[in-house]
Design a protein around this ligand. Structure first.
Ligand code: GLP
Length: 257
C-alpha cells in the first residue's frame, strides 16, 4: 500500500484495508506464526470488519492464530453494555470469526479506579509478550486524536486513563442519548504504544475529517495534533475517501492510478 491512498468511497477504501489485513493473516498462517493486530472502534473501521467477516465466511480465512489488542475503552464502562467498545468489537467482528476468546484484549472499563495503573502496565506487558503489534488499524477523531489520545499529548505516553476532549464527548453523545450520559474518561493505548506497531493503517472517511487530516499529514508535528506523530513512523498508510482527502495540498496518488 502507498503512503496516502485515496478511494472514490469508503467502501472501496475499507475493502482495500481488509484485503491488506487478510493477506498478512494468511501469510502468517502459512508460516505457522501468530499475528498481532491492533484494532480500532468508531464508525470508521466498520466496513473493514464487514469485509474481513465476508472473507472469513466466503474464502475460509482463519483467525485462529490472530491475537488482538484494542486501542481503547470508555471509563467507566461495563463490557456487556451495548455502548462499550467490547460489545462493538464482538458485534462487528469477533462473534463472526474464529479468533480464540483468550487471544482478544480490550482495556477493561469496569475496573475500580485504583486498579487501573496496574492494569495498564499489564496491557503494555501483554503486547510485548505477544511479540508487539504487527499491524495497528486507526481512525482519527475530530480533535486529531488516535485511540483516545487527546491534545496535548506527549510522544512517550503509554496505556493510561485519560479525560476526553469536549468535542469527542459531543461526537460520542449521539451513541449515549445525550452529553450528560456520555463518559468523560477512557483507558487508551498511548502514542508510544501505537508508534511501536510495525505497521500502521489509518483510515478517514467523509468531509468532517478533511481539515484534521490535512493538519495531521501536512502541519508540523505538534502535541496539539496527536495524529501528526505518525509522520515519523517508518510504515504508515493513510487510506482516505475523496472527501476526507479534499483539503490535502500534497500530490496524492489516486488508488486507481
Ligand atoms: C473514537 C475512538 C477513535 C476513533 C474516533 C473516530 O473516539 N476512540 O479510535 O478513531 O472515535 O470515530 P469515527 O470513526 O466514528 O469517526
Amino acid at each position: 500500500m502507498r503512503p496516502i491512498q485515496v478511494f472514490d468511497d469508503k467502501m472501496e477504501g475499507s475493502k482495500a484495508i481488509a484485503r491488506h489485513i487478510a493477506h498478512l493473516v494468511k501469510r502468517r498462517r502459512e508460516e505457522h506464526k501468530p499475528v498481532v493486530l491492533g484494532l480500532a472502534t468508531g464508525s470508521t473501521p466498520i466496513g473493514v470488519y464487514e469485509e474481513l467477516v465476508r472473507i472469513h465466511k466466503n474464502e475460509g480465512l482463519s483467525f485462529e492464530h490472530v491475537i488482538t489488542f484494542n486501542l481503547d475503552e470508555y471509563y467507566p464502562m461495563r463490557p456487556s453494555s451495548q455502548q462499550s467498545y467490547s460489545w462493538f468489537m464482538h458485534h462487528h467482528l469477533f462473534n463472526h470469526i474464529d479468533v480464540p476468546a483468550q487471544n482478544i484484549h480490550i482495556p477493561d472499563g469496569a475496573l475500580a479506579k485504583n486498579h487501573i495503573p496496574a492494569f495498564c502496565r499489564g496491557y503494555e506487558a501483554a503486547i510485548k509478550n505477544a511479540g508487539g503489534i504487527d499491524l495497528q488499524l486507526l481512525g482519527i477523531g475530530r480533535t486529531g486524536h488516535i485511540g483516545f489520545n487527546e491534545p496535548p499529548v506527549s510522544a512517550d505516553s503509554i496505556t493510561r486513563l485519560v479525560s476526553l476532549h469536549p468535542i469527542t464527548i459531543e461526537d460520542a453523545a449521539r451513541n449515549f442519548g445525550g452529553i450528560s450520559f456520555t463518559p468523560t474518561e477512557a483507558i487508551t493505548m498511548g502514542i508510544s504504544t501505537i508508534m511501536q506497531a510495525r505497521e500502521i493503517v489509518i483510515a478517514g472517511w467523509g468531509p468532517n475529517k478533511a481539515a484534521i487530516i490535512k493538519k495531521a499529514i501536512e502541519a508540523n508535528i505538534d502535541e496539539q495534533i496527536p495524529a501528526s506523530y505518525l509522520q515519523t513512523h517508518a510504515s504508515v498508510k493513510w487510506v482516505l475517501d475523496k472527501e476526507a482527502a479534499a483539503e490535502l495540498s500534497e500530490m496524492t496518488e489516486h488508488a486507481d492510478a
